[in-house]
Design a protein around this ligand. Structure first.
Ligand code: PMP
Length: 440
């Protein structure tokens, strides 16, 4: 039964049991209406209320300045946002330059305007990516696919200074950010596969964040799919924050986008993008309509059929967080997340002859704890994983009801995902088993 297990899966991830129960009831018979929430119109007052409740709770938890930021609910997951962020923000970059050209050259000078923007795209367009793990790598590859690689600046590839593997974030002095005027700077706040989390907002982006109105300002995009709502953030530092729901927020099918409203205001005409295509593929700046941030925003996330039941699950989770943590808001959840992570890392660190934590101490994720089981301390510092022991560890864990601990297929080893709905007592159970296994 549910009370006998602790699930550490990386996503989809556990939900608070009370949220599952309330959602299950709503799926069968929502508030005694005789209808399932999955059966009602996304344009009904009920759906609208769920949507506004979700926005309110999220704004409360994260202190979102709602005069400056909008919250969008979209579909297609984090992966959809790999594409949407590129297309929308490159579109913004182009429209800014198109308008400036019109202002300087005058109305009716279409050919000259096009010519100037073409030259600017070729000479200046860049999107910056900090590649610190598998997901930011995928996002950067999608940018190259849509734009063409010449417009993508990988400002840092963390594998290069770490034996070809992710697990460290190189010193910011080594990052090669575009000095001025990039369309955006992208990073993944928590790398789910590699267990690498930014300790905080990158310092080198700190003083220059803005809406890109001034060429010195950076529009920062962050993928928070796997550490959403797990610590306090300053929303004002970001242009776009996004995350799929299926880890800390709800179930698959809903993606949250928190976006600076000013970024919604500049959208280039499609015909202009078609005409630009000799220098920039149209795919680089013309999103499919369901990926258009401004379209989704101006339709209150109801441009097409939003899965309201899925949204409801997220709304329930959000409202539970608001009522559990009260004035502390997301900082209350942060304290719990930190305590749970400390329990698990504490048990691992206490047994260095048995366990090797994969990422560097400075960037250890509080959400995805990646480790290997080794055969004693190697003399040359090269870690050798003991796959037979890892198998035995997993089998023993399963016997104790500790599930979902196998690492991602691309990296192997173990991964304990310590998302918000993992109870403190579950983290304690895992820590106890880690100690027991090390002693056996
Ligand atoms: N970003 C991160 C950090 C992720 O962990 C994942 C999925 N695990 C994704 C993006 C992709 O999300 P989705 O499967 O929802 O497209």
């Amino acid at each position: 039964s549910r009370s006998e297990i602790a699930y550490f899966g990386a996503g989809p991830a556990p939900l608070p049991t009370a949220a599952i129960e309330q959602s299950a009831q709503a799926f069968v018979n929502f508030q005694d209406t005789g209808l399932s929430l999955a059966e009602i119109s996304h344009r009904s007052p009920t759906a609208n209320k769920i949507l506004s409740d979700a926005k309110d709770a999220l704004a409360t938890l994260y202190d979102i300045p709602t005069d400056e930021y909008d919250v969008l609910f979209m579909q297609a997951g984090g992966t959809g946002e790999f594409s949407a962020t590129v297309q929308n923000l490159v579109g913004y970059w182009i429209e800014k330059r198109r308008r400036k050209a019109i202002a300087e050259l005058g109305e009716g000078k279409d050919a000259e305007v096009l010519d100037r923007v073409k030259r600017e795209v070729e000479a200046e367009l860049k999107v910056d990516y900090l590649v610190t793990g598998s997901w930011s790598l995928k996002a950067s590859q999608e940018a190259s696919r849509l734009l063409g690689a010449k417009y993508v600046n990988v400002a840092v590839d963390a594998r290069k200074s770490n034996n070809g593997k992710f697990g460290k974030i190189p010193d910011e002095k080594e990052w090669k950010l575009t000095p001025k005027g990039s369309a955006f700077t992208y990073y993944c706040d928590n790398e789910t596969v590699d267990g690498v989390e930014f300790p905080g907002f990158p310092k080198s982006l700190e003083s220059t964040t803005g809406a890109g109105e001034d060429d010195d300002e950076r529009i920062v995009v962050a993928d928070m799919s796997s550490n959403f709502l797990s610590r306090k953030i300053d929303v004002r530092k970001f242009g776009v924050i996004f995350g799929g729901a299926q880890k800390n927020l709800g179930i698959t099918g809903i993606t949250v986008v928190i976006i600076r409203k000013s970024l919604l205001s500049l959208v280039p005409p499609p015909t202009f993008l078609h005409a630009l295509s000799p220098v920039l593929p149209t795919s680089g700046a013309l999103p499919p309509i369901i990926f258009s941030f401004s379209t989704i925003a101006s339709n209150n996330s109801l441009y097409n059929t939003l899965p309201i039941f899925n949204l409801y699950v997220a709304t329930v989770v959000l409202q539970m967080l608001v009522s559990t943590f009260g004035q502390k808001k997301v900082s209350g959840q942060e304290e719990v997340a930190d305590r749970k992570a400390a329990l698990i890392y504490g048990a691992l660190d206490a047994h260095p002859d048995t366990y090797h934590v994969v990422p560097d101490k400075s960037v250890r994720s509080r959400m995805n704890i990646c480790f290997r089981i080794i055969s004693g301390t190697p003399s040359d510092g090269q870690v050798v994983a003991d796959e037979a022991k890892e198998k035995a560890f997993l089998a023993g864990a399963e016997k104790r009801g500790l599930l979902g601990l196998k690492g991602h297929r691309s990296v192997g080893g173990m991964r304990a995902s310590n998302y918000n709905a993992v109870l403190l007592e579950s983290a304690q159970k895992l820590a106890d088993y880690l100690v027991e296994f090390a002693k056996s």
